[in-house]
Design a protein around this ligand. Structure first.
Ligand code: PGA
Length: 252
């Protein structure tokens, strides 16, 4: 049985003081989620991580939005896995489409980071998803299969089980134009079959999230699908009220 997961991706939003206020306001809803056997977390910017770790409600997962594959050294602007662990962070989102688009992150680079994370006991949330052009050409499945194959290359089935996958069609991110539950389930079911080819039965234990304009009023449709194990949510995760709405609709 795969445990449901709700992860808020704050992207480049909130100061440390605002992040602290969110933590104070989200206490009840985090306990509620945990009491209903749902894993719940947020991914703040690097500068907000310490504030969230210090003020977070018990059990809230704290994730970074990127990391370096290297432990230390001459990598200006980067943050390493040991540094994240030192401030109490042991989850990292990797390969988000915005990082692929604006920062040239490739699936191969993600693979190196994922291996470094797994070696350090950190949970990767590996993002994949196609552009509108690829979707309209009907090439979603081969495109996503390649992202999965390259990103997870060389992992053992035991390691693969520790990875969370997030399928986020780029045309649905921040656009208000979410993929229908049928489209999301079709692609996510395909991703699970792709994982099965590489990792066998371990694929049944890998959590796969849907992301892209998930809101309180549509989250239930996604998580009721057989292969969808939760959501990676941007805009609707920023305010405590809508975060609460996401949780309430996810558990009901
Ligand atoms: P959105 O973002 O929920 O604002 O569409 C999702 C994401 O990019 O993770």
């Amino acid at each position: 049985m795969r445990k449901k997961l709700l992860l808020g991706n704050w992207k480049m939003n909130k100061t440390p003081a605002e992040a602290k206020q969110f933590c104070l306001d989200a206490r009840e809803v985090v306990s509620y989620a945990i009491a209903h056997n749902v894993d719940i977390g947020v991914a703040p910017t690097f500068v907000c991580l310490e504030s969230v770790v210090a003020n977070k409600p018990e059990g809230l997962i704290v994730s970074a939005q990127n990391c370096s594959e290297h432990d230390h050294g001459a990598y200006t602007g980067e943050v390493s896995i040991p540094m994240l662990k030192a401030v109490g962070v042991d989850w990292v989102i990797i390969g988000h489409s915005e990082r692929r688009e604006y920062n040239g992150e490739t699936s191969k680079a993600c693979n190196a980071k994922i291996k470094a994370m797994l070696a350090s006991g950190v949970t990767p949330v590996y993002c994949c998803g196609e552009s509108l052009e690829t979707y309209e050409k009907g090439e979603t499945k081969p495109f996503v299969a390649e992202q999965i194959r390259v990103g997870l290359e060389g992992l053992t089935p035991e390691e693969a089980k520790k990875v969370v996958i997030a399928y986020e069609p780029i045309w649905a991110i921040g656009t208000g134009k979410s993929a229908s539950k049928e489209i999301a389930e079709d692609t996510i079911g395909f991703i699970r079959r792709t994982l099965k080819e590489s990792f066998g039965v371990a694929a049944m234990d890998i959590r796969i999230l849907y992301g892209g304009s998930v809101k309180p009023n549509n989250i239930a449709e996604y998580v009721s699908q057989e292969d969808i194990d939760g959501a990676l949510v941007g805009g609707a995760s920023l305010e405590p009220d809508s975060f609460k709405g996401l949780v309430e609709n996810l558990v009901k």
